[in-house]
Design a protein around this ligand. Structure first.
Ligand SMILES: *Cc1c(COP(=O)(O)O)cnc(C)c1O
Length: 374
């Protein structure tokens, strides 16, 4: 027996223990209520999450992926249109763009923040461009002030993928504003269990400042109905957040700010304990909510093996950029090289970071990383 501490990459059971019996009470309340779809819990959660973000409205849906598809559909994006986005965020938003019949156009990332580089946007805009779709990757908001000003200049809509950024704040001149409460047409969230705000299954939401867009999203998530059994939107889906998940999310939303603060604190511990190594640490940003703590190094694969062999969980977010994914090779045919995106995919490594992670665990991770560099 080595006596060495094993550190999991994530451990949702710790959060479940902290939330017991509040979550089980909420589940029992819904189970006994006799009302399971679009009832009091969803309405209350939507109001509470809109208030949290500073948005006019929130519409609960089945998942983050559904939120992205419905956002583009509600903005009438379709065949012949182009949506500009990044290629370093797996394929979630790319699938949504392709589902509408539109074409994804990728711009490179700013290597310092791993988010869309607004300096590259104007060169990518064509007469077919309809939407700019930045992703707030790892919990850091993209440079929205610059993106919004280009959108205004070219009369484009903005949809944010905030699936990793609940409670994050925009950088720069909008530093007081929470993600979801900004100037974009629509902001998309996921409540996948491991996200900063996670359900006990799938769930998602959209926030918007536009009540007409919110009303349209409510129709699109339920068969396109304007009123019961009367379809006024073609191609509506069944994409609802259910009462059980909404009841759980209401309990968890009350803790989101404290959990994000705990994530920031653990990120600061890593910064202190990993200083001076040939390891690139995430640039500091007070609005960052550290969905993931992502370091970069030249010998990523060897470091990853070393950590896994020592019982330290770690992962790569994400190994293959969207334009190099087998499914999207054709969609990306006219795509130029994305040097920063492609380089980051070979260098990024996510270390364990969640609100319940202990100081001793962070120290063990840091000690193991230090041992790798000798
Ligand atoms: C998780 C995630 C999604 C998809 O959310 P689901 O709820 O799993 O469908 C979309 N975009 C990003 C950046 C994500 O991290």
């Amino acid at each position: 027996m080595s006596g060495r501490l094993r550190v999991p990459f994530g451990d949702l059971a710790r959060q479940a223990a902290e939330l017991d019996p509040e979550v089980t009470d909420a589940l029992a309340r819904v189970a006994r209520s006799g009302w399971y779809i679009l009832g009091h819990e969803v309405t209350a959660f939507e109001a509470e999450f809109a208030a949290f973000c500073g948005a006019e409205a929130c519409v609960g849906v089945a998942s983050g992926a559904e939120a992205l598809y419905l956002a583009l559909t509600a903005l009438d994006v379709g065949p012949g249109d182009e949506v500009i986005t990044v290629a370093n965020a797996c394929v979630y938003q790319v699938a949504a763009i392709v589902q509408t019949g539109a074409r994804p156009v990728f711009v490179d990332i700013d290597p310092a923040t791993h988010t869309l580089d607004p300096a590259l946007l104007e060169a990518a805009i064509t007469p077919r461009t309809r939407v700019l779709l930045p992703v707030h990757l790892y919990g850091r908001a993209a440079d929205m002030a610059a993106i919004w000003s280009i959108a205004r200049l070219y009369d484009l809509q903005v949809v944010e993928d905030a699936a990793q950024a609940h409670g994050a704040r925009y950088p720069g001149p909008d530093a007081g504003t929470l993600v979801g409460g900004g100037a974009s047409a629509i902001c998309c969230f996921s409540f996948y269990p491991s996200k900063n705000l996670g359900a006990l299954g799938d769930g998602g939401a959209l926030t918007t400042r536009d009540p007409d867009l919110a009303a349209r999203l409510r129709r699109l998530r339920m068969y396109g109905w304007g009123e019961k059994y009367i379809a006024v939107e073609a191609g509506g889906r069944n994409s609802r957040l259910d009462e059980l998940q909404a009841a759980v999310l209401r309990v968890k939303l009350r803790r989101l700010a404290a959990w994000n603060q705990a994530r920031r604190e653990r990120a600061a511990w890593y910064r202190e304990l990993l200083a001076g190594l040939p390891l690139h640490l995430p640039a500091d940003d007070p609005g960052h909510v550290y969905h993931l703590f992502v370091v970069e190094c030249d010998t990523r694969d060897a470091l990853r093996r070393h950590l896994l062999e020592a019982g330290i969980g770690c992962d790569v977010h994400y190994p293959v950029p969207a334009h190099l994914q087998p499914a999207y090779a054709a969609a990306a045919q006219r795509q130029g090289a994305l040097p920063h995106t492609e380089r980051a995919a070979t260098r990024v490594l996510s270390l364990p970071l969640f609100p319940e992670l202990t100081r001793a665990e962070v120290e063990e991770v840091a000690r193991t990383v230090r041992a790798f560099f000798g």
